[in-house]
Design a protein around this ligand. Structure first.
Ligand SMILES: NC(=O)c1ccc[n+]([C@@H]2O[C@H](COP(=O)([O-])OP(=O)(O)OC[C@H]3O[C@@H](n4cnc5c(N)ncnc54)[C@H](OP(=O)(O)O)[C@@H]3O)[C@@H](O)[C@H]2O)c1
Length: 375
């Protein structure tokens, strides 16, 4: 393995302005306030994986902005549910329902989805090495779980269902990505099964979430706090897409409003070089290049060249339209148009190294401050 010490020379946190001064000026963030949002007042909403990083922020956001009839958190571990209940205040939110269940259990999902209007499917096994070591566990949760969500939603007449996907699903090189790609396909094709029902299945795909559990940012921050001798960096050329949790939640909400069924929605989000990330998070710790790990890419992709053939561009997002059309079909109450916007250029690929929008230290720190303030 190559081992080369590189010293981080710029982007000291002291150079970064406070969150108040630094706007999180990404296309996805900037347009958040102008987007059409769904009216979830008096509606029943279910989130699978409601105790995870995304789920917790999603639930807080819904409780702040709406008065839902029911807001159902569906996940397996009672301790995480108990802690979330405590954190939100036991009796403060009568709409909350904590539902213990496994997405592998279709009957349980059907029970939880009775009279539910919208579902956001966030439950997943998402750690690349864990999926490699436990392949069938990953497939059961991410693939069969997605299929169960689809079937339960159809049985229960849920109107809008959005699944969370990841850049790792685009041209996947590891099982986690492959399982999420399979889930994307299950969701897109589910629109074939709806018949005359007003049920729509769509996907939201985005990149790394700043600060999410078990990710590189908390890891680098920990090494910095502990004054580690060096910071392991897989490859100095590596780039990644970044989004904040709140941008992810707002983006999903906007897609609940505009989804017509079968789209993969991709927000326009910035990229950052991993060397710059390391320099920002641990400016005084030299990096040690340890070589790319199995199942890792140098650059992540949110839209492949093949998917680009059906992708259109909107101010804050790309929309990959389904290659097999569901939109031509008449459905009761379905008067909206397919997303308007120019097709992307023929040679378009949305990858983290070919992005127009690059994060600098100022914007990364603004994103981090937003994450810490809300945690
Ligand atoms: N974090 C990122 O950087 C990122 C980036 C792009 C996309 N995504 C996607 O966003 C989604 C949410 O990610 P996250 O960061 O919030 O993940 P997370 O923090 O690991 O949370 C996962 C949630 O899923 C639940 N869960 C796991 N297995 C389950 C099962 N079999 N049945 C029911 N619930 C189950 C977990 O609770 P229990 O363990 O208690 O069941 C937990 O609530 C995932 O689909 C992920 O692929 C994440």
């Amino acid at each position: 393995m190559p081992q080369s010490p590189l010293r981080n020379t710029h982007c000291h946190p002291a150079d970064a302005p406070s969150a108040a001064a630094a706007a999180i000026d990404t296309a996805a963030g900037a347009l958040a306030e102008t987007r059409a949002m769904p009216d979830l007042n008096d509606k029943s909403v279910l989130v699978t994986g409601g105790t995870g990083s995304f789920g917790k922020r999603f639930v807080r956001t819904i409780l702040q902005r709406y008065r839902p009839r029911r807001l159902i958190i569906f996940s397996r571990d009672e301790l995480k549910q108990y802690e979330m209940q405590q954190a939100l205040g036991n009796d403060a939110h009568p709409s909350l329902r904590f539902f213990i269940g496994d997405v592998r259990d279709r009957q349980r999902l059907e029970m939880a989805m009775r009279d539910v209007d919208s579902v956001v499917h966030a439950a997943a096994l998402k750690h690349v090495p864990v999926a490699e070591y436990n392949p069938s566990e990953c497939i059961h949760t991410n693939v069969l779980g997605a299929e169960n969500v689809v079937h339960a939603a159809l049985r229960c007449g849920v109107r809008r269902v959005i699944a969370l996907s990841t850049d790792k699903a685009a041209s996947p090189v590891n099982l986690y990505g492959a399982s999420k790609l399979a889930a994307d396909k299950i969701f897109v094709a589910a629109n074939n099964l709806v018949g005359s029902r007003d049920t729509r299945f769509s996907v939201v795909r985005y990149g790394n979430v700043v600060g999410s559990r078990g990710s590189v940012i908390p890891f680098f921050q920990k090494l910095n706090r502990e004054k580690a001798a060096s910071l392991p960096l897989t490859d100095p050329r590596m780039t990644r897409f970044w989004i904040t949790l709140q941008q992810g939640v707002d983006f999903v909400l906007s897609c609940l409003q505009t989804a017509r069924g079968g789209e993969i929605f991709v927000p326009k989000i910035p990229s950052m070089r991993m060397t710059d990330l390391a320099a920002c998070l641990a400016p005084d710790v030299p990096v040690r290049v340890v070589g790319i790990r199995p199942g890792e890419k140098l650059h992540e992709v949110l839209i492949t060249a093949e998917e680009a053939r059906t992708a259109v561009e909107l101010p804050d997002r790309y929309v990959i339209r389904p290659a097999f059309k569901f939109w031509g079909r008449e459905r009761e109450g379905d008067e909206d148009e397919a997303p308007e916007g120019p097709s992307v250029p023929e040679d378009f690929v949305y990858s983290s190294d070919r992005n127009d929008d690059w994060l600098d230290g100022r914007r990364l720190h603004a994103m981090l401050e937003e994450f810490e303030a809300a945690s």
